[in-house]
Design a protein around this ligand. Structure first.
Ligand code: 13P
Length: 265
C-alpha cells in the first residue's frame, strides 16, 4: 500500500506571528529546489494562522510553498456563540486551514478533553471539510500496567464514534505515546511499529481492511533528525507529528528529508 507520508509541525504554544514569518522565510529558502514525496503541514498557534497563510500565499508561485498545508491545533465542537476563548471550524476555514489536530494528549490531560468531546470535534471538523489529525496514545503508567491495547482501543472506538467510512478516509491518526512527548525518550522503532500495527488492526475491525490499509498513521514523541529515518522505515508508520524539533527550520527539514530517505516500498 502506497501511503503518502505526512510530516506535521505542531508548534504548540510557541511561535507568534513574527517568529512564524521568520521561520517560514528560512524554511522556504532551504526548501527551494527540493521536493519530497510527502505532505508537509504546519500547525501554528491560532494567532499566527493569518501570517502563515499570508506568507505561504505570497510565495505561492513556487511549488514548494503550495505543498505546505496549514493545520490548526484545536477547534470548538460548537458552531458559534457564547464560548469565550474558543475558535470555530468556519473561522479556521477563512484561513485556508486544511487540517486540525484533535485529541492531543495535552488537550486531554491539561484541559480535560474526553473521548466524547474529541468525537464531537471530529464531527464538527468534518462538517467544515477539515481533516482531523486524531491523536491517541498511552501514558507510561498505562503501558507498564499492560493496558496499551485497551487504552488505544477505547480512544479509537470512542473518538471515532459514528464517524462514517467517507469521513474516516479524510482522517490522519497520530500515535503519540505520552511518555515520549517532550521527554527526549523516543519509542523504539519496534515499540512504535507494534503500536501502529495495533491501531491499524483496530481501524480494520471498525472500517474494514481496505480503509485501514489507506489510513495514514503518524508517530509523535521526541522525533528528531537522528531517529526519523529508522522510525519511518517501519511498515505502519506514515509520517511524524513533531513538537520541539519542528521549531527550527533546519531540523524540521532534516526530519522530512531523513524520513523520506527510508520509506518502506
Ligand atoms: P515532541 O516532538 O516535542 O516530543 O512533541 C511531540 C508532540 O506532542 C507533537 O504533537
Amino acid at each position: 500500500m502506497n501511503r503518502k507520508p505526512i510530516f506535521a509541525a505542531n508548534w504548540k504554544m510557541n511561535m507568534g506571528a513574527s517568529a512564524t514569518e521568520d521561520f517560514l522565510k528560512s524554511f522556504l529558502s532551504k526548501l527551494l529546489g527540493q521536493s519530497f514525496p510527502a505532505e508537509i503541514v504546519i500547525a501554528p498557534p491560532f494567532v499566527s494562522l493569518a501570517k502563515l497563510t499570508e506568507v505561504l500565499h505570497s510565495s505561492g508561485a513556487s511549488n514548494e510553498a503550495q505543498s505546505i498545508q496549514i493545520a490548526a491545533q484545536n477547534c470548538s465542537e460548537h458552531d458559534a456563540g457564547a464560548y469565550t476563548g474558543e475558535v470555530s471550524v468556519l473561522m479556521l476555514r477563512e484561513f485556508l486551514v486544511h487540517y486540525v489536530i484533535l485529541g492531543h494528549s495535552e488537550r486531554r490531560a491539561i484541559y480535560g478533553e474526553t473521548d466524547a468531546v474529541i468525537n464531537a470535534k471530529i464531527h464538527k471538523a468534518r462538517e467544515a471539510n477539515l481533516k482531523p489529525i486524531f491523536c491517541i496514545g498511552e501514558t507510561l503508567a498505562q503501558r507498564e500496567a499492560g493496558h496499551l491495547e485497551t487504552v488505544l482501543r477505547t480512544q479509537i472506538t470512542e473518538g471515532l464514534n459514528n464517524v462514517s467510512d467517507k469521513d474516516m478516509a479524510e482522517i490522519v491518526v497520530a500515535y503519540e505515546p505520552v511518555w515520549a512527548i517532550g521527554t527526549g525518550v523516543t519509542a523504539s522503532s519496534q515499540q512504535a511499529q507494534d503500536a501502529h500495527a495495533l491501531v491499524r488492526s483496530v481501524i480494520a475491525e471498525l472500517y474494514g481492511q481496505d480503509t485501514a490499509a489507506k489510513i495514514r498513521i503518524q508517530y509523535g514523541g521526541s522525533v528528531k533528525p537522528a531517529n526519523a529515518a529508522e522510525l519511518m522505515a517501519c511498515p505502519d508508520i506514515d509520517g511524524a507529528l513533531i513538537g520541539g524539533a519542528a521549531l527550527e527550520p533546519q531540523s524540521f527539514l532534516e526530519i522530512i528529508r531523513n524520513g523520506c530517505s527510508n520509506q518502506p516500498s
